[in-house]
Design a protein around this ligand. Structure first.
Ligand code: 5AD
Ligand code: SF4
Length: 449
């Protein structure tokens, strides 16, 4: 649907609740678009909805437990809105399939991440009073030409999904089972989506994939790699900021690092999950790189992009992790000096390689203690990284008012750090040069210059 077309809704309302990663948020926008074609308007709350979709995450057990709790609440909610239909989308739908229908009587519909085009048919079944399920995975589906409905958008920054699936089979991870084979999206459709966002006034896009470094498109005479794709997107306008997530350390190339370094509107921020600082643990995780390889990638990044923002993901207490392994994780964190990190306790997932091959033998108590040590260290590192920015000036893209005060604006610099500064005459969507005066571990505080 283009902005000029006025959609005629048949007064049917859908609410989409999204949990988990950025990819899920991006998928919900595709679902919103497919539902709009069916005459459904997307609304912010489930209260008056005809259909409630829950786009779910399976990455850790607590993500699934949260959905189970939510389903109990929805059961109570259904007493006031008995006609409400409930659909489970995403990874939990794909992982549990029919079992979820059997266990949760409040659920009418189960749809896996590659089956959203089938929603119109499935909904017809549900509207006729039956339950429906489609969890087929696809080797081709990329929803390439679907123009997402932007949900909960600040109209400044948007996600563009450039590929789907993952074939890395890190032993702890459920994603290759829930999201299927890796496939890349036609670059022309990616560029069209970015052009359309630009025309609507968006200023920032984040290119999404489970491992963007293995993006690869081939057709007839053309072959496009990720560095080429990101260069094409950045070339659309110097006013468009381009970000990406996520990079796998085994695949991040010198070419990509040099491309970021030389392209002013590709942001200087790399999310490079290391998971563990110990080679023994990395091997059991099947991450296919060593600590030394990882540190070499970091050195190359710092050489070409000295002021690059760096972030990571860390897992505490993977199978067989010793105290020495854990210390190596802490020491790697210190060596790199990340700006921020997403930190997790290992959560065993059914049917993953780790679940079949290794014993989940680090006690809950030790996992918690190690995670606390990791979080405490990251707090120190974030504060110290932010302090180094005091006195520097950055270009900030304003995204919103500050949470604390309507007198202040908030946005991010190229390095992806949140910057807060007095509003004065500036507005959301402006690029503002800000000098940093102060900071916390999470935020830089400055003034426009
Ligand atoms: N337990 C804990 N953390 C996990 N992740 C993936 N699988 C698991 C698991 N079983 C983390 C990894 C990954 C991030 C998205 O989630 O750190 O990079
Ligand atoms: Fe999971 Fe590894 Fe794929 Fe990331 S790269 S989604 S951690 S299997």
């Amino acid at each position: 649907m283009t902005e000029n077309q006025t959609k005629i809704y048949k007064n049917k309302l859908v609410n989409i609740e999204t949990y988990g990663c950025q990819m899920n948020f991006s998928d919900s926008e595709i679902v919103g678009s497919i539902m709009a074609e069916e005459g459904y308007q997307t609304i912010e709350s489930a209260e008056n909805a005809d259909i409630l979709f829950i786009n779910t995450c399976s990455i850790r057990d607590n993500a699934e437990q949260r959905i189970r709790k939510r389903l109990k609440e929805i059961k109570r909610m259904k007493k006031d809105n008995p006609n409400l239909k409930v659909g489970i989308l995403g990874c939990m739908a794909e992982r549990l399939k029919q079992q979820l229908l059997d266990e949760e009587d409040v659920v009418d519909l189960i749809v896996g991440p590659d089956a959203y085009r089938d929603l119109p048919n499935l909904i017809k079944t549900v509207e006729s009073g039956r339950r429906a399920i489609n969890v087929l995975l696809s080797e081709e589906e990329t929803y390439a030409e679907i123009e997402p409905v932007r949900l909960g958008s600040n109209k400044i920054s948007a996600f563009i999904s450039i590929m789907r699936g993952c074939e890395n089979f890190c032993t702890y991870c459920v994603v290759p089972f829930t999201r299927g084979k890796e496939r890349s999206r036609d670059p022309e459709t990616i560029l069209n989506e970015a052009r359309d966002l630009l025309a609507k006034g968006y200023k920032e896009v984040t290119l999404l994939g489970q491992n963007v470094n293995s993006y690869s498109w081939e057709s007839n005479a053309t072959a496009v790699s990720f560095p080429e794709l990101i260069t094409l997107v950045a070339a659309l306008s110097p006013l468009l900021r381009v970000r990406f997530a996520t990079s796998h350390p085994k695949d991040i190339s010198d070419e990509l690092i040099k491309t970021i370094a030389k392209t002013p509107n590709i942001c200087y921020a790399i999310h490079l999950p290391f998971q563990s600082g110990s080679n023994d643990v990395l091997k059991r995780m099947s991450r296919k790189y060593t600590r030394e390889w990882y540190m070499d990638r970091i050195r190359t990044i710092k050489k070409h992009i000295p002021d690059c923002g760096l972030s990571t993901d860390i897992i505490a207490g993977f199978c067989g992790e010793t105290e020495e392994d854990h210390k190596q994780t802490l020491s790697l964190m210190e060596r790199v000096g990340y700006d921020y990190a997403f930190m997790f306790k290992y959560s065993e997932r059914p049917n993953t390689i780790a679940q079949k091959k290794f014993k989940d033998d680090v006690s809950e108590e030790i996992k918690s203690r190690r995670l606390t040590e990791i979080i405490d260290l990251q707090q120190v590192l974030s504060l110290s990284a932010n302090k180094q920015n005091i006195g520097k000036t950055f270009e900030v893209l304003v995204e919103s008012f500050s949470k604390r005060s309507k007198e202040d604006l908030a946005g991010r610099n190229s390095q992806n750090k949140m910057v807060v500064f007095p509003k004065k005459d500036f507005n959301i969507g402006d690029y503002v040069i800000v000098k940093i005066k102060d900071c916390t571990a999470a935020t830089l505080i400055g003034e426009a210059v």
